[in-house]
Ligand binder design. Sequence first.
Ligand SMILES: *Cc1c(COP(=O)(O)O)cnc(C)c1O
Length: 461
Amino acid sequence: MKYVSTRGQSEPLDFTDAGLGGLATDGGLLVPDSLPDLSGELDRLAELSYADLAFELFLRFTDIPEADLRGLVDRAYSTFRHPDTAPTVPLGDRFVLELFHGPTLAFKDMAMQFLAQFFEYALEARDERLNILGSTSGDTGSAAIHGVRGKSRINIFMMHPEGRTSPVQALQMTSVLDSNVFNLAVDGTFDDCQRIMKTLFADVPFKREYQLGAVNSVNWVRVMAQIVYYLYSGLRTLRAEDASAVQFSVPTGNFGNILAGFYASQMGLPVSRLILATNENDILARFIQTGVYEQGQVAHTISPSMDIQVASNFERFLYALLASDPAATREAMGTFGQSGRMDLQTCGAHPALKLFAARQIDTERTLATIREADARHGMLLDPHTAVGVAAGDDLRLSGDPLVCLATAHPAKFTDAIVQAVGREPHHPVLDALADAETRCERMANDVDAVRNYIKQTLSSS
Ligand SMILES: *Cc1c(COP(=O)(O)O)cnc(C)c1O
């Protein structure tokens, strides 16, 4: 299988180049040139364990020899704390797919654990090294650090804004003491961290000399790894409920998670509806509702991992809506780049769009949903998950089972839970952080300070 750019102006790449590089050179996103058709194999796939299913799926997308791939998959999913890796549990008349049993208790682990294994393997094969530079306001940085900790060919430099992430999120990063992990607490905002990162990535000689790379949400390997849990939960739910199709409700920010669900449906999983749930940052919900994709202001909410302005994975979906036409995708993205708006109402008839329904859920409703799930079913939902459950209740089709994706453990978002139900949620892993030893470098809000720190660290190792 080859990977092509959504804008059609760079050479097709094989899996390893696509996964290591992350981005197409023409500014587009990499997509597989075809999707495998699993529709004739669903009964067999429904029998597989999570890791076996991941192995079967990745075999169709990668060029990694079978025995090696087996090892990567087994190591990636052995870090999960639940024997089912991602269990599907009932919540009243819906189901909840728990994606928070990985090391950092949020769904980013589902992909990051495999991505890190793949990086180390591909670097070994090429005898190369990688120094990851990232900036985070929370979940992604932590999942990346826990993915690559202890990997011999990788260092990670992760910036976070000092004092502006939740205390638990900061501790999840700074308590990782492996010698290849460098946490940088920048005296500034998340936007300052982003700006420093972009400036350093634009410094091409520096980037090349120090083998800098990223683990961004548009990396194909992450999307691919997320397809597994739609198949895993979908096939099991179909069988258990004796249903002919399943629906998913997905709390959405950068469109990475729900995009994987879209691909699963295109590969033959019977999905009758994909419900896209947003908080007040509703650019994607508005797009599904009106066909107009238009940038707004970022609002800060109690589901911060969905506080986005533009959705980095959206272009892959756009490409599918435009019948895989790179010239049309280029034109639409160009228009959006210039005006912050694109109008795709002509796509309304495209079958792919009919699969989707969307709803924005405000803070009050999110809190009420947490309260209700607790009172009626004894289950605590994290605020992101609650957004998805509320939208699912509003938009589900009658008949087919509804699976709501649970993207984080509630104990990661204490303040919102206390606000909703008046008591603190706990998880032993997070409780243990209170006494953990930490390591973190305080950094001035300055590009040169960060550049020098990276240079000195890498020169002395
Ligand atoms: C990242 C994240 C999301 C949003 O996922 P996208 O792939 O960006 O749509 C939702 N919930 C949690 C807890 C997250 O960490």
